[in-house]
Design a protein around this ligand. Structure first.
Ligand code: 4AD
Ligand code: MG
Length: 482
């Protein structure tokens, strides 16, 4: 009879002392003496490893010599209460089978601390570390919670395309999609690349945002969200930017800017609370990791709060809501601005806020999340609703401590004439956007939406310092190794 394998998470949650089980996983460590060996086995279902106790009279030395760090094994035996510290139960092995050896000379993951830079280079082993295991399980939990949240509110998940013919943000930072021969592309009479002969018979790119297609969904289903990968060919080598990242983008018919902010605040609080309620083991590990990291920093740079405290602060605080103009005044009169400590001085209304300014507002001035609204129209996208003052738009950005911009959104310009005017002003090609403009021609309605950067959320929830370390396969300028 085939033995049924039990996952370690299930076993630890509900152990039946004395029963026979089979577990499979990867060896973290093996230690012991000539009578007894102790194997720490991890199968990734939980951060906790299971202790396998090996009586050397029962298992041959020939098998045990291959039970080394990284090897995969199948172990069968009885569940017993553990005498040792740090675990409640253990398995007393009856039989062990080595499924895959890991040559100890060559295996690069040793039971010691490795730098995250080092780990980024060995993609296949990275998920086997405690830190990335915790991050990946939390990523799953947060994704699940996103769907749960929206489903509970009657939103429909809309699958917007990854290949698009339009630039949703109008920023021109797109990756081209083509099947044309890169060395000898067909040319038009004017000597330009003839995209009519390309696969889609036009220029196409990877999407920077699912919003525009999302708006079509909202104008039919009322409330939708997209949650998928987005791509930006911006050359930003920072700890907050990826070239491929995931975005959650709800779009709601009949929502004004305030409804939009209410929804975004509720979503963020829900997700953080979900992590606190459902991911305690992984968060406890990450909290300790962060404490260790903080200890290695000079005292003035150290955060005063633990990870759990930072998460609770989000759930418990009401986000500050101020306009760009109010924020501009705070920043212009701030100490660092007067003492010329900002790299980009805040001196004229209309200037774009840099991350140093955003972080001053949330970390020093308000000490909690801040929603900034009504930005100057010049620094925001064409689709944002124009305010009556003639110079600002109904935009909203949510700024988080330690992160900066977490969410970007707006009420949308639903008035066709205003939208066309703005597109002309900004040089957005209208002919390719007819499919979008039609929503304003036939049954247009006030509507709003926002985009939440999933990896920015993950940095916040896990306390990790670099966005490359909250996604399994990071893509950044110069990096698409595997
Ligand atoms: O502010 P952004 O560019 O807004 C949009 O794309 C809108 N179309 C969203 C909408 O209204 N539906 O991007 C939204 C969020 C940012 O606030 C940030 O969290 C994240 O996406 N983001 C990035 N995350 C990682 N790497 C990058 N290069 C990012 N660029 C934006
Ligand atoms: Mg933005």
């Amino acid at each position: 009879m085939k033995t049924v394998r039990t996952k370690i998470k299930a076993l630890l949650e509900n152990p039946e002392i004395g029963s026979d089980v089979n577990v499979k996983g990867w060896v973290r460590t093996k230690r012991g003496n000539k009578f007894l060996n102790f194997i720490a086995l991890n199968d990734g279902s939980t951060i906790n490893s299971l202790q396998i106790v090996v009586d050397m009279e029962k298992i041959s030395e020939d098998i045990l010599k291959d039970v080394t760090t990284g090897a995969s094994i199948s172990a069968s035996g009885k569940i017993a209460e553990s005498q040792g510290a740090g675990q409640s139960i253990e398995i007393q092995a009856e039989s062990i089978e080595v499924l895959g050896v890991a040559d100890p000379e060559a295996y690069p993951l040793q039971p010691k601390k490795h730098s995250f830079e080092f780990l980024r280079e060995i993609a296949h082993l990275r998920p086997r570390t405690n830190t990335f295991g915790a991050v990946l399980r939390l990523r799953h939990a947060m994704s699940y919670a996103v769907h749960h949240f929206f489903n509970g509110k009657g939103f429909y998940y809309l699958h917007t395309p990854i290949i698009t013919g339009s630039d949703a943000e109008g920023a021109g930072e797109m990756f081209r999609v083509t099947t044309l021969d890169p060395i000898n592309p067909p040319l038009t009479e004017e000597g330009k690349v003839d995209y009519k002969q390309d696969f889609f018979e036009k220029e196409t790119n990877l999407t920077v945002s699912g919003q525009l297609e999302g708006e079509l969904g909202a104008m039919a289903l009322s409330d939708i969200y997209t949650f998928g990968p987005t791509f930006r060919a911006e050359n930003s080598n920072t700890t907050r930017h990826l070239a491929e990242f995931w975005m959650i983008e709800p779009e709601m018919a009949f929502y004004d800017l305030e409804d939009n902010m209410d929804l975004a605040e509720e979503l963020l609080k829900y997700l953080v609370q979900y992590a606190l309620d459902n991911c305690a083991d992984d968060l406890a590990f990450l909290e300790k990791r962060l404490l260790d990291e903080e200890k290695s920093k000079p005292a003035i740079e150290r955060s005063e709060m633990t990870l759990t405290e930072k998460l609770k602060l989000i759930v418990d605080s009401e986000f500050v809501r101020i306009t760009y103009t109010e924020a501009f005044d705070i920043l212009r009169n701030s100490k660092p601005n007067k003492k010329k400590k900002f790299q980009f001085p805040v001196d004229h209304w209309g200037t774009d806020l840099q991350s140093e300014h955003e972080r001053y507002l949330v970390e020093k001035h308000f000490k909690k999340p801040v929603i900034l609204t009504d930005y100057p129209s010049e620094i925001k996208s064409f689709y944002m609703r124009q305010n009556d003052d003639g110079k600002t738009v109904g935009a909203m950005d949510i700024l988080f401590p330690g992160i900066g911009e977490m969410v970007g959104g707006s009420q949308r310009e639903e008035r066709l004439d205003k939208l066309l005017e703005r597109m002309d002003d900004m040089g957005i090609p209208k002919d390719e956007m007819d499919w979008y403009l039609d929503t304003r021609r036939f049954g247009t309605a006030p509507h709003s939406g926002f985009g939440l950067g999933f990896e920015r959320l993950m940095i916040f929830v896990t306390g990790m310092g670099n966005i490359r370390d909250v996604i399994p396969f990071p893509r950044t300028p110069g990096n698409a190794e595997y």
